[in-house]
Design a binder for this molecule. Structure first.
Ligand code: G3H
Ligand code: 13P
Ligand code: ZN
Length: 308
């Protein structure tokens, strides 16, 4: 199957009250781990590439790796998406380079500027059949080049106006999630009432949840047991994400949990095998750890097993 856009994936997810996992990719092992999980689970999947990933690996390398992964199992629908596109130019380069979906992240801009830049990307993307995700509201923490100390939750009426004026295809909203491993100081809390309002004002419209890693404590403990210093990390409980997936959230973004699984595995291997220096010796179990983490997400968080 060639790369697909997320239109059909999201329409099915919306109807079926599940979500599509959007997993950040940076290198071959991460792509292989995710694709093996999607293939075994028979689940559609979104591979997303941040500006940082483009810089690290190079857009062409990533696209070639994805192409190879597609050939491995043509039955799995795969979408390649730009995560947190910071500019029109980067969105354009990704569209021209074969991405089937891009995010323009104008969430840090004044409202009218966010509308204008999103509209500009939509006008470039739509004639080429490329999907556009935008963001309204601010997640606390670091968002690519932007960092915000405070959440600014998405205003439901503004969301309606934004979608109408920009014609963006999906919208990332702020309801209490944040990027990285330190999401909540006290109890985890999401604003489900706000999600419900946004969802009811935008019927049949796919919403997106960023900052949706669950930071499973066993992986934090494993990192720390083998020399890591990941203190006080806390994520979004899996049952909250399942609930969001039943309320119009069709795409759930996960990066941190993949990083934790990969790093915990490498730390453990290095400690237990200090004599080893062949990268394949520690990257093989690390790739397997990515696969297991993504499999767990697909089953317990997205609910997208068997939907390919
Ligand atoms: O939302 C951000 C993603 O986790 C990507 O992170 O910019 O370090 O690649 P990155
Ligand atoms: P996490 O940091 O919670 O994994 O969020 C990733 C994300 O939103 C990528 O856009
Ligand atoms: Zn994000």
């Amino acid at each position: 199957m060639p790369l697909v856009g997320p239109k059909e994936m999201f329409a099915n997810a919306y109807q079926g009250q599940y979500a599509i996992g959007a997993f950040n990719v940076n290198n071959m092992e991460i792509i292989q781990g995710i694709m093996q999980a999607a293939s075994e689970e028979k689940s559609p999947v979104i591979l997303q590439v941040s500006a940082g990933a483009r810089k690290y690996a190079g857009q062409r390398y990533i696209m070639k790796l994805v192409e190879a992964a597609l050939a491995d199992d043509p039955s799995v629908p795969v979408c390649v998406h730009l995560d947190h596109g910071p500019s029109f130019e980067m969105c354009r380069d990704c569209i021209d380079g074969g991405f089937t979906s891009v995010m323009i992240d104008g969430s840090h801009l004044p409202y009218e500027e966010n509308v204008a830049i999103t509209r500009k990307v939509v006008e470039y993307a739509h004639p080429k059949n490329v999907w556009v995700e935008a963001e309204l509201g601010k997640l606390a923490g670091v968002e690519e080049h932007v960092s915000s100390a405070e959440h600014v939750y998405t205003d439901p009426d503004q969301a309606v106006d934004f979608v109408k004026r920009t014609e963006c295809d999906s919208l990332a909203i702020a309801i209490g999630t944040s990027h990285g491993a330190y999401k909540f100081k006290g109890d985890a809390k999401l604003d489900f009432a706000r999600l419900e309002t946004i969802s009811s004002k935008l019927p049949n419209y796919p919403l997106v949840l960023h900052g949706a890693s669950s930071v499973p404590q066993e992986f934090v403990e494993l990192c720390n047991k083998y020399g890591g210093q990941v203190g006080g990390a806390k994520g979004v409980p899996e049952d909250m994400l399942r609930k969001a997936a039943r309320m119009g959230v069709c795409k759930i973004n996960v990066d941190t949990d993949i990083r934790l699984a990969l790093t915990a595995s490498i730390r453990q291997f290095m400690t237990e095998h200090p004599e080893q220096f062949d990268p394949r010796s520690y990257l093989s179990p690390a790739r397997e750890a990515v696969k297991k983490m993504v499999q767990r997400k697909i089953r317990d968080v997205m609910g997208s097993s068997g939907k390919a």
